[in-house]
Design a protein around this ligand. Sequence first.
Ligand SMILES: [Zn+2]
Ligand SMILES: [Zn+2]
Length: 491
Amino acid sequence: MNNHNIKVTNFTNLDAVTYPIIKLIGTIDYEVSVSCQNQTDKNVYLTLNDNSNILITTNVIDNKFKFLVELQRGKNQINIKFCCETMGITLEYFSIKSENSVIPLYVICEGHDGYFQAPPWENNNVESACKRITLCSKLLQCVTAEKLYEHSLGRKTFCLDGDCQVFHSGLNYIEARNMSQVELWEYIGREIMKSELACENKKYLAFLSCTRYWGENYKESMKTHEELLQITQAYVALGGGGLALFGTACLYTWPESFEEIILRFEDQALVDRTQFLDDSCYRGTVGACFSTTLGSVLHELYHTFDLGHTEDGIMSRGFDNIYKVFTRPQSTSHRTNSSHDMTKALTDKIEFKEEFESDSLVERLQNENKRKGYTVISKYEEEVDDTFLTRSCAVLLCYHRWFNQTTSSRQCSLLSFDCFNKLIKSTSGVRVVEIRSKNVELVLYNWTFEGRILKFSFQIPQDVIISLNEDSYIMFVEDTVGCILKEEFSI
Ligand SMILES: [Zn+2]
Ligand SMILES: [Zn+2]
């Protein structure tokens, strides 16, 4: 019987993934036929492994359904039921022990009890923090895999080195609260690299327990994000080199368990600014805080994978709507209405500042050298695809050592840039070439080479050279085995 033609559109039977949380999307034909028994039930039901246990239901909207599924290790039998039809798909999850991986950390400063700022009804102890950080790191693995898949690059993603660990810092929490973002990033980075966790094959995704938003100092007149940050201590959102570091002012908006994820994204409760930091990109809800802060973690984590900035997408300011990757699809009619309502809110200016100054850092944290903030204007909230990677970013990740767990990390190649002739050579084949601005590493020009026939050399076209009129730029190159060349050059 095939009355409703249930189709999973982003996976095929027996596909395998290396990360536990997946997004399953598909289509359904919901026209009623003679065999339909219960025509009023428009839900789609998903059961995992054990058929007696209905895991998730979702509404069908515009013939589409979407599920988040937490797979168990090994083969998973997924059944999707709509009305009188059921379809099955088997998907495998296997984790790989990878040399290059990401360690999630919860950093507790000296003298601090490890309780992050939260309303009284939320768990906010160390265990809760670690659960939230671990779960959301898995969500970011899923987003990354889906984004590369959308680029037809396969479901590659980074590996996590176990669950979130506690890292006890020797830095006193009161001192930490009086330090700038850059100072905190440098200090914690240096400390990690002197600790027993130090390993050059690891990136660290760390959250500071002692972030404090002083709501008692909030005034109605405070409108901008900047102003709110002025009454927040130990706020950080910075990534580069081997460390992405964050504050925890909005950690309470993150889910602790898998079942909560969608509800948390959809939480329309307003943030009480006299109590908690509103980091929601001017949307004001608890759910938007989760979305914005999760998106910014992804953006910063991607900097540790050597991505620069782009005009749009995740590596610009296009991460606030990351919730749409996960939440139930909205109907087209609803979309039209709300985009109409949105027109007034469009001109919201968002100050998006990342400061970087890494002169004094330990060697491997030294890769980044950004300074200067920049301003981006928010776009329509209802744009169809507003969480995406540009092509060169996606290809860069695809060949990155943190995304290739097996042999290539041990392979070597000779990669060179002849500045005089603007000629790039790699013995393993050039994959990505980007010319980035020196100040904020904005990708100005990019070339990707993805074919089977390797590109052993590439010369920057003359018309591009002519158009470059700053004193200096950054040349960024990545080759087939993930070797990276990044150097400043002048015209
Ligand atoms: Zn039916
Ligand atoms: Zn950035």
